[in-house]
Design a protein around this ligand. Structure first.
Ligand SMILES: [Zn+2]
Length: 176
């Protein structure tokens, strides 16, 4: 399975790089090629330059913990909060680029610290906006998403949104 890019903010996308298929959890960033591919896919949203894989995975761990805590309605773990806060302080300020082809943004600097900071800041912005963060209710899926619609219970991958449709259909039949 390739990256389930389902239109989530970049920090949620990073958390969503461990996927569950038929009960088996698969880490899509288990090797350097996966990490580089993920960074390339998000190159329009993140600073450029080489990124330390281990540091990226550490931040991912904290983001996943945070998202699980938020979804479960638990207080956020101190370790996860410390990790995300530590990463976020180094955030370089993105600049809007005028008249320069497809790239909309540029950053004053790149590399590991800047990239991790941009991701951590993205998570803080999502929280600051009061967005509802949920975990897909398909138990064979681990994906997190921002539920702009409060009724939304499933992620936007084809298999889970089909499930949501089937559940609605069953609900209608049971009601009639
Ligand atoms: Zn799902």
């Amino acid at each position: 399975m390739r990256f389930p890019l389902i239109g989530e903010p970049v920090a949620v996308d990073l958390a969503n790089t461990i996927v569950r298929e038929r009960g088996v959890d698969i880490d899509l960033l288990s090797d350097r090629a996966g990490i580089d591919e993920w960074l390339e896919l998000h190159s329009g949203q993140l600073p450029s330059g080489p990124v330390d894989g281990e540091a990226l995975l550490e931040l991912r761990g904290a983001l996943r913990e945070l998202l699980e805590d938020v979804d479960a309605g638990r207080p956020v773990s101190a370790a996860a909060a410390a990790e995300i806060n530590r990463a976020a302080v180094a955030a370089p300020v993105p600049q809007l680029r005028a008249g320069d082809g497809a790239a909309l943004l540029s950053w004053e600097r790149g590399g590991t610290e800047a990239t991790l900071a941009a991701i951590a800041q993205n998570m803080l912005q999502v929280l600051a906006a009061g967005s509802r963060l949920r975990t897909c209710e398909n138990h064979d899926c681990l994906l997190h998403f921002v539920a702009y619609d409060s009724r939304r219970r499933f992620c936007a991958t084809a298999r889970c949104s089909n499930r949501a449709r089937q559940a609605r259909h069953r609900g209608r039949q049971a009601a009639s």
